[in-house]
Design a protein around this ligand. Structure first.
Ligand code: 2HG
Ligand code: ZN
Length: 387
């Protein structure tokens, strides 16, 4: 049985995969109609949401009560709460609020045997053994089917400023990140666009980029009072900044943000890409990009790199990739050696399982299998996904 949310996944974790290994039929279980949203609990700053509620509805519902959802990414209109929990999704606000795992205060799920487990009380303090939300977040539908979650809400900061900043290179972008993190309490997103990606998305949208320079960082600050002066002062003092465009009004911010949010679309318009979603300790990003550029060049492909600077998370999209196994082998081995991860926010699915041994020891893989077997001894849930 394969559980499917909004079907926006990028590693094949929620889609049927050809013929099953045994003669059991394949069932796709869509959670999309589990779309009930409870009343916002303003005091607890929480809401109860069905697994099929989209991220956009979670946000809009919170905002109607004067609060906000802590998670956001480009697939917000289709991606669901259940899918975001299953993959421990991240996105652009992780620098401020953490990944989906940190947003789940309570969970209700159904095991392969049909037992309903979990609690939706959302107690911020509870020390009674294994924490089910933590266990299920990132388990990609292999341990149980998440049906409902008690989700954390955050203040709705209505004053937002967006800056697109050009820096000389990735080293400077990383130095700028440290400077901004140390200084700006309103920092909400620090996104990364490498030159190849800015070129492609600009041509796709028929636009001239508003800044000139090598590596581009998109910074957002949000607060109850206007954070623009703080951000511009911090950028003004930063020697790494070559050029910057700042917008505070909705349409102006949207024009800056679309150059980041629509990169995936501009890649898909060129062809079917080979995708890696990796992260390394942020200081090692320049080294990672060198490795990726060489690995892709050896295959004659076109690398379009972009991502989330604050988490050292880069989406390496390769067009006309040639031998994808060779690219994955070269890049993921180097990522593991740098102390990084083969999947930062998209999950492992079926696409990345064969590389798990690079970042998990035999004992760790055995522990993962043992937990899975204890909860699903007949191997019903998402076969082929994770070990
Ligand atoms: C993003 O950050 C998404 O825009 C998609 O995680 C990344 O298309 C991709 O590779
Ligand atoms: Zn991403």
């Amino acid at each position: 049985m394969i559980t499917q949310g909004g079907n926006t996944g990028l590693v094949g974790g929620g889609v049927p995969r050809g013929e099953p290994a045994d003669d059991r039929p394949v069932v796709v279980l869509s959670t999309r109609r589990l779309d009930t949203l409870g009343p916002v609990d303003v005091g607890a700053m929480q809401v109860t949401a069905g697994a099929g509620v989209t991220l956009a509805r979670w946000r809009d519902h919170a905002r109607a009560a004067g609060l906000d959802a802590p998670l956001d990414f480009a697939a917000r209109d289709s991606a669901t709460i259940g899918g975001a929990i299953a993959t421990n999704a991240g996105g652009s606000r992780v620098v401020r609020f953490g990944t989906m795992r940190q947003q789940v205060a309570g969970i209700e799920a159904v095991t392969a045997s049909g037992d309903v487990i979990g609690s939706l009380a959302g107690l911020p303090k509870e020390t009674v053994g294994v924490h089910l939300p933590s266990l299920l977040a990132g388990s990609e539908g292999t341990l149980a089917v998440v049906t409902t979650a008690r989700l954390r809400l955050v203040p709705w900061y209505r004053s937002t400023v967006t800056a697109m900043v050009a820096t000389v290179d990735l080293e400077s972008a990383v130095a700028l990140l440290g400077r901004l993190r140390g200084r700006l309490t309103s920092l909400d997103a620090v996104e990364l666009i490498l030159p190849e990606a800015l070129d492609l998305v600009s041509r796709h949208l028929g636009r001239t980029p508003p800044v000139h320079g090598g590596t581009v960082v998109v910074v957002e600050c949000a607060d109850h009072t206007d954070p623009t002066a703080d951000l511009t002062a911090a950028l003004g003092d930063a020697p790494e900044v070559l050029d910057a465009a700042v917008a505070t009004d909705g349409p102006g911010r949207e024009r800056l943000v679309e150059l980041r949010d629509r990169i995936t679309e501009s890649i898909n318009a060129e062809g079917v890409p080979f995708k890696l979603d990796v992260a390394v300790p942020v200081g090692r990003l320049p080294e990672l990009l060198d490795v990726a550029r060489s690995a892709v060049a050896r295959q004659g492909g076109r690398l379009i790199p972009f991502g989330h600077l604050a988490e050292g998370n880069v989406h390496l999209n390769v067009l006309e990739p040639g031998d994808t196994d060779s690219i994955a082998g070269d890049v993921l081995t180097a990522v593991a050696a740098m102390g990084g991860t083969i999947s930062a926010e998209h999950g492992v699915g079926v696409a990345k399982t064969r590389w798990l041994h690079l970042v998990r020891s035999p004992a760790e893989l055995a522990a993962m299998r043992a937990i899975r077997h204890a909860l699903d001894p007949s191997g019903t849930l998402n076969p082929g996904v994770l070990p």
